[in-house]
Design a protein around this ligand. Sequence first.
Ligand SMILES: [Zn+2]
Length: 742
Amino acid sequence: MSSCRLVTRTLAQQFAEQLAEATAPFQFALSTRAGTDCAAMLLRSMLDQDPDAVVVSIDGIGAYDHVSRAAIFHKLLANPHLRHLVPFVRMWYGQQSTYLWQDDAGQVRQVLQGEGVEQGDALAPALFALGIHDALDIASRQLQPDEFLIAFLDDVYVKTTRGRARAAFDTVTGCLRNHAHIDTNLGKCRMYGRREAAPPPDVPELGPDVWRSDKPAQERGLKILGTPVGSEEFIDTHLRARLQDQQLLLDRLVRMEDPQCAWLVLMFCASPRANHLLRTLPPEEAAGFAEGHDRQIWAALLILLGSPQLNGRTEQQARMIATLPRRHGGLGIQDATRRSPGAYWATWADGLHMLHLRRPREAAQLTALLEGQAMGRSGCVAAAEDAGRLLQGEGFRRPSWAALRAGARPARNTDPDDQGELGEWAHGWQFHACSQRNNLFRERVLLPALTPAGQAMLRSGSGPQAGAWLQAMPTCEGTRMKASIFQACLRRRLRLPLPLLHGTCGQISGHGCRNRIDVLGDHLAACPRTGLLGRRANPLERAWTRVTREGGARVAHKQLLRDTNVPLADPADQRQLDLVAYGVTPNGIALCCDATMVSPLTRQGQPIPRAAAHDGAALTRAEQRKRRTYPELLHSPFGRLVILACEVGGRWNADALRTVSDLAKHKSRGAPALLRPSARAAWHYRWWSLLSVAAQSALAATLLAEGDLALGGPTGDEEVPLGEVLEHAHLAPPASRLPLRA
Ligand SMILES: [Zn+2]
């Protein structure tokens, strides 16, 4: 069964372009991620620009089960590219499908079905779209020049006028019935136009709920692919219901026993949920919803943090940090309010070209309005230009609307510090527009509000992989974080007080400088007198050993420099390397690794020189120190010094980043050619999860004086199957951009 799924998914991908072409210009659902937003944007703008325009929404009864198979095969055979799919599709849909059903008496009965496609089949959406294509095409030809229809799979929308609403409805539903065997569900059909007016005389007989433009304010509107369009009150009602829905998820989430799991659900599911509405609603309309969403998410996060008692200022700063991307020192929780203008502008930026390919006339009209070449820009169209101006005013370089209509795409981002993260879609305009806003917020609002120590720690928590532990899946011992540890790590990142057991340094262990300890853990993270620095180094070295071993190296743990091939002046040299990795460099040179974790703050809690204003100041200092310790490894043909350094906030140095990248590349060479890029990404994800979790857990465990340091599980001697690595890497889902469908 699963191999069948795999084949259908592969075919759906391989033929995506031809399938999209064969169902153009009506289908907005195939092979495009922005289709829903684009469809909603088009219909909404038609309503906003013309008070006489009416949108008719048509819902087929069991459309997937009834769509004509003959129509599907007819379309496949008529297309020279798609006919190659026929033998495969015939295996599933060439004869009657038999479904088994057990009735109340326990009797198994057969249900024969000779039409329709199956819900779980990856090809079904495309086959369905093919099956209704001719019906839509024939209907479309019978519409007036200023009318059109579009479809998102089985959701069909007709743009018409009040006077023509019934006739257009009859035309389209008639064609769906005659040419695709799909009947219309009158109970779900809706018609709406901006002008408040009684229904045209021939509409009421379709049912009392069909015409929406004369309903009380709260019901005056319709939902277009999950986006409410209508009166202020209608939109408000819908948005409030959405917030209530979301609260149900959050209420259950905070009751989960394991904060790491609860956090992952919060980050991957609850937080991105607002995105679809932010993309389709003008910022002004979305404002109340966005604020409500942000408030709900923060309240849930506070519970995951153990409900700390906070003063207003501390809480406000923590909340600001939380909403930064992980690569900028935050938790990667989306701030819907900050995101709203970027997301909304991006829908237009992403959608205009797509629209141009399907409805060139409307795309040209909208572009002229957006560019100010045509008069009368209003409603959602005006809001798109307003959002664009706002972004531009903040320094975002946006293309002209005409360029976007012609297909302008964002430049590929080459800054390694500014790449998208797991769960972010980096190819659309939204990533760029929102990144710009986040960067500006960090530089102009957050950093100036922080103390110098806070600034240094925000920088310390930034950079590639600095927040990898926040997206690590707890699938093995090395990536699972104990509740108290995980909570402490989150609090450290947000600069919130830790539940520390002691007031002065050394009070518990006996080793210490006897100075007062601060509740943020800064003193304990930096004081060399406690012995904690040595203790926390051990798990980190073990994690590096494991990773280099899994990467294919032969690794000697804690090797004396004199036991390597590097020639030394003194045969009794006492210097010891944390690990030496053999066999992973092209020229055979050994990697002499020194793993270290350093703090950008002194034990008095003050930033070390440069650390408040520059990234990685503590790393630079550590690297200089190590180079002085191992001068003979700087240019030796026998061994290369690799300084695997990280800061307490999570930032890694260039050597560490390069080492993991090289290992992933090396390791993936053993995978089948087709799998190599995924294998490389999966190993990369796995190893950064292991390293980042080891570093943060070890630090937190020493701060909390927890006896047993998590040592990160096995040592890497056992071969980890690629399948397992791939599977776990894919557990982290990309954020969904589809609306929730009831
Ligand atoms: Zn101390």
